[in-house]
Design a protein around this ligand. Structure first.
Ligand SMILES: Cc1cc2nc3c(=O)[nH]c(=O)nc-3n(C[C@H](O)[C@H](O)[C@H](O)COP(=O)(O)O)c2cc1C
Length: 169
């Protein structure tokens, strides 16, 4: 089984979630089965042997980050943010209608949430011809810079294990 996680982050929380999902997947599938890449370093031609693609990003303005919101994140103190995000990467990759793809995001839990990065990424994937795309999970941060709310890292790892089971089962 081969899994690729492409994930964007500004304050490190989505990166932590991606690592936790990786550790859940690797627990079931073995450490060599999972690769995590930042969108700027991810291939535009997906490997043919790929069984699952996970696409993750922090929610910015109820959607995926864009140039302006990246600048705002930097103004709020983000020091290791991505310059190319999943929004741009999804426009460049060659669509694969047969590939299972799941999206995830980090967000601040709000009562009224008209959109999120995972929802926007899911819609973008569908539009581009990824017929098997599904909207995955949102993981919650306490504030813009984090930290992740208690238990979210564990929830991400459990989700990784569950996804691995669904692949091998
Ligand atoms: C410019 C900007 C816009 C944001 N907009 C939203 C939003 O619409 N909804 C939300 O839940 N969180 C919003 N946030 C908070 C981010 O979701 C939070 O910074 C992110 O989950 C942290 O993940 P990271 O550490 O991987 O960057 C915003 C943050 C920034 C910097």
């Amino acid at each position: 089984m081969t899994v690729l996680i492409v994930s964007e982050s500004y304050f490190g929380n989505t990166r932590t979630v991606a690592q936790a999902i990786t550790s859940g997947l690797a627990h079931e599938l073995g450490p060599d089965a999972v690769t995590v890449l930042r969108p700027g370093g991810a291939p535009h031609e997906l490997p043919p042997e790929l069984d699952l693609l996970l696409v993750g990003a922090p929610t910015h303005e109820f959607s995926m980050p864009k140039a302006q919101s990246r600048r705002q994140a930097a103004e709020k103190g983000a020091t290791d943010g991505d310059t190319v995000g999943v929004r741009e990467w999804l426009q460049k990759i060659t669509p694969r209608g047969d590939l299972r793809v799941l999206t995830f995001d980090t967000s601040i839990r709000m009562k009224f949430m008209p959109g999120s990065a995972s929802k926007a990424a899911f819609k973008s994937l569908k539009k581009r011809g990824f017929r098997m795309a599904e909207r995955g999970q949102s993981f919650y941060v306490a504030d813009t810079a984090g930290p992740l709310v208690d238990g979210e890292e564990q929830r991400a790892e459990a989700w990784g294990r569950q996804l691995a089971d669904s692949l091998s089962g």
